[in-house]
Ligand binder design. Structure first.
Ligand SMILES: [Zn+2]
Length: 180
């Protein structure tokens, strides 16, 4: 009796694991990996995060993520959150779009985008991910002073104001930005 229960649980667990694996493989097999030169950009951006002390995010990005260069079937049915990247939690798949390489001004901006996606790898929502990056922009070395004139800085600031308005609720601070 007891053994039969164990055996049944084991069979069900194995079926569940196989189902998740099959789903994951269908996502990976319907998309393409980043090109070799793109992978180098990704590696440089992750190294910047490592240098700036984002150890948990670097661990996830290096150890758990499958990077893709084109949309898999599931992304074609989901709304794009932004032009740069998209993360499928808990499958730990990050799709990086051409804007990640071309619109981002440098590797620090690419590191900023990966920092945002890494927060999704932990299960955080948009509010939490935008808020985390904005609150940590000085540690990252991505600030108004260093990057304030880039297209990406303007875009991400605007999206942060829309997604995490509670950070911009301080009339006594410059630009009402509570993190200033
Ligand atoms: Zn996001």
């Amino acid at each position: 009796m007891f053994l039969a229960i164990i055996q049944q649980v084991a069979t069900h667990t194995a079926s569940a694991v196989l189902a998740v694996l099959a789903f994951y493989l269908s996502l990976v097999s319907t998309s393409l990996p980043p090109a070799a030169h793109e992978q180098k950009s990704i590696d440089r951006a992750i190294n910047i995060l490592a240098d700036r002390g984002f150890a948990d995010e670097v661990f996830l990005l290096k150890g758990t993520v499958t990077f893709r260069g084109t949309d898999h079937w599931l992304n074609q049915f989901t709304e794009k959150e932004n032009a740069y990247a998209s993360t499928n939690f808990p499958f730990q798949i990050i799709t990086l779009y051409p804007e990640f390489y071309t619109k981002a001004a440098d590797d620090t901006e690419r590191a900023m985008i990966l920092l945002h996606e890494a927060r999704h790898l932990m299960g955080e929502n948009e509010n939490q991910a935008y808020s985390y990056v904005w609150r940590n922009r000085r540690s990252l070395g991505w600030t108004l002073r260093t990057h304030g004139t880039t297209e990406t800085y303007a875009t991400i600031e605007q999206m942060t104001r829309e997604t995490a308005p509670e950070l911009f609720n301080c009339p006594e601070k410059p630009w009402e930005d509570c993190t200033e």
